[in-house]
Design a protein. Structure first.
Ligand SMILES: NC(=O)c1ccc[n+]([C@@H]2O[C@H](COP(=O)([O-])OP(=O)(O)OC[C@H]3O[C@@H](n4cnc5c(N)ncnc54)[C@H](O)[C@@H]3O)[C@@H](O)[C@H]2O)c1
Length: 452
């Protein structure tokens, strides 16, 4: 089943060079149509950033925005403007910038559309979006249309139509739109990526990623994400937050670089945990007791790639569970799995026992070898946030293409709406749009693995 009907008008402008319904290709996958297309739009694949020390603006300076800001300032990022609908949050961010020795940034806190006034100015090069999910697409598109590159927080955008909108806007404006998927820059993730690219796991076969994080207290908090994220659980049933687990696995497999997500099936367990939690923690007259949650407590999705690899992606934020992203990659010669990190190679590990990843330190990513100490000191999810932002600034300052581009942002974002569609149709397979218009076959490896 395809959701192409939800794409924007620009879809109709594309020229089909080869279109073949191949429903019979894959037994049990009904109505699945594949189309190889070439876009009339110029691609943004491998397009370098305009080389400059970017003048940065932030939209959303809550929990995540503040954390990103600390890391940006530690990497000498120059922040010229900050925006938040809550004035005290914008002022707090402004104070952080001043405390780092930079000029006081301009402040925008006059309502939910004040970001438009900020982005209408011409002294901003790069915009960081760290607002609630329903704002990401609108703010990213507005930024690109006003000549700015933009980096949006996870989970990117929330509909297939918006995936196409960011792709087409990026192509038309020649501005980048990337997702800030920090987990792609973890120490283990970058090390395993280099091992996978060196062929140590053999031919890759399957992977697994997850976001298993008990957010119950945060979802019912009176501040931060408690103000908006619980509402998502009243609207959609599927994997609402896929990219922390999926992004690194996509990089190992070279998704958009010789392979692509082809189709997905998704199942959700029933929902019980938010109901149970609120019964225990809320007063009897609390209005939140009348909310109706529809997101199943555990969503399990299975993606098949064009080259025949499989990826399991899981999501739970409402159940008692120690933090875990699984982060598994397996091939014909071995397997790595995280939480805790362990590795196993054919003919090397004895008695089917896992080995330690410490034996593979020679594959540590040069970014971690060089910036690891400061990354751990500045912090942000064990240092990965600093490494990600240091690398983003490096790409702009040196005029390199972004490691993660708009096509990655669209493909990783698409998992949420496609999983929702699959769940609502009794786990019917859903087809991924090819946001690269066939160009995924041209690139071979992730830039994170090859460039520093
Ligand atoms: N990558 C990660 O590890 C990570 C971690 C946490 C959150 N996030 C993501 O970061 C984003 C923000 O989450 P958060 O935890 O900071 O939430 P938050 O609620 O703490 O912060 C969001 C901020 O956006 C502001 N805001 C809302 N609408 C706005 C608008 N129209 N214009 C300007 N400001 C607006 C709010 O006032 C708030 O200060 C989300 O997409 C979330 O999923 C990512």
């Amino acid at each position: 089943m395809s959701l192409e009907g939800t794409t924007t008008g620009s879809w109709t402008r594309r020229r089909f060079v080869q279109a073949a319904a191949v429903g019979a290709m894959s037994a049990g996958v009904s109505q699945l149509a594949h189309a190889e297309v070439v876009s009339e739009h110029d691609t943004m694949i491998d397009v370098p950033f305009q080389k400059r020390d970017p003048r940065i603006a932030m939209i959303g300076t809550g929990g995540r925005g503040t954390s990103l800001l600390g890391n940006l300032l530690a990497a000498d990022g120059q922040v010229v403007a900050v925006c938040d609908i809550v004035k005290s949050k914008a002022e707090n961010a402004s104070a952080m910038v001043v405390a780092s020795g930079q000029k006081k940034p301009r402040l925008y806190a006059d309502g939910p559309h004040d970001f438009e006034n900020m982005l209408a100015t011409d002294d901003i090069d790069l915009v960081i979006v760290a607002t609630p999910w329903n704002w990401h697409a609108e703010q990213a598109i507005f930024a690109m249309k006003h000549g700015k590159d933009v980096a949006i927080e996870v989970p990117g955008v929330t509909s297939i139509a918006d995936c196409w909108q960011i792709v087409r806007t990026s192509e038309e404006t020649r501005r980048h739109c990337m997702m800030l998927e920090n987990c792609c820059y973890g120490y283990n993730e970058t090390l395993v990526l280099r091992m996978a690219n060196a062929g140590l796991f053999g031919d890759l076969l399957y992977g697994e990623g997850a976001y298993l994080h008990d957010l119950r207290a945060i979802l019912f908090s009176d501040e931060g994400e408690g103000l908006w994220r619980r509402a998502e659980h009243t609207q959609r049933d599927g994997n609402l937050y896929p990219s922390h687990g999926l992004g690194p696995v996509a990089n190992y497999m070279g998704i958009q670089r010789g392979d692509r997500f082809d189709r997905i099936v998704s199942m959700s367990s029933r929902e019980r945990s938010l109901d149970a939690y609120r019964k225990e923690h809320l007063q009897p007259n609390d209005p939140r007791l009348s909310e109706r949650y529809v997101t199943g407590d555990m969503n399990t999705s299975l993606i098949k790639t064009a080259n025949g690899l499989t990826i399991t992606v899981k999501h739970t934020v409402s159940t008692p569970h120690p933090y875990d992203r699984i982060n598994l990659i397996a091939g014909t010669k071995g397997i790595f799995q995280d939480y805790p990190p362990r590795i196993y190679f054919d003919n090397q590990n004895k008695d089917e026992a896992w080995g330690s990843i410490d034996a593979w330190k020679q594959y540590a990513h040069p970014l971690w070898q060089r910036e690891g100490e400061i990354a751990k000191k500045v912090g942000g999810h064990g240092g990965m946030d600093y490494i990600m932002l240091y690398r983003l600034l490096q790409c702009v300052r040196e005029g390199l293409p972004p490691d993660m581009d708009v096509y990655d942002a669209a493909a990783w974002s698409a998992v949420a709406p496609l999983s929702v569609a699959s769940v609502s149709r009794g786990s019917e397979p859903m087809e991924f749009p090819d946001f690269t218009s066939g160009r995924w076959q041209q690139r071979k490896v992730s830039a994170i693995a090859t460039q520093v």
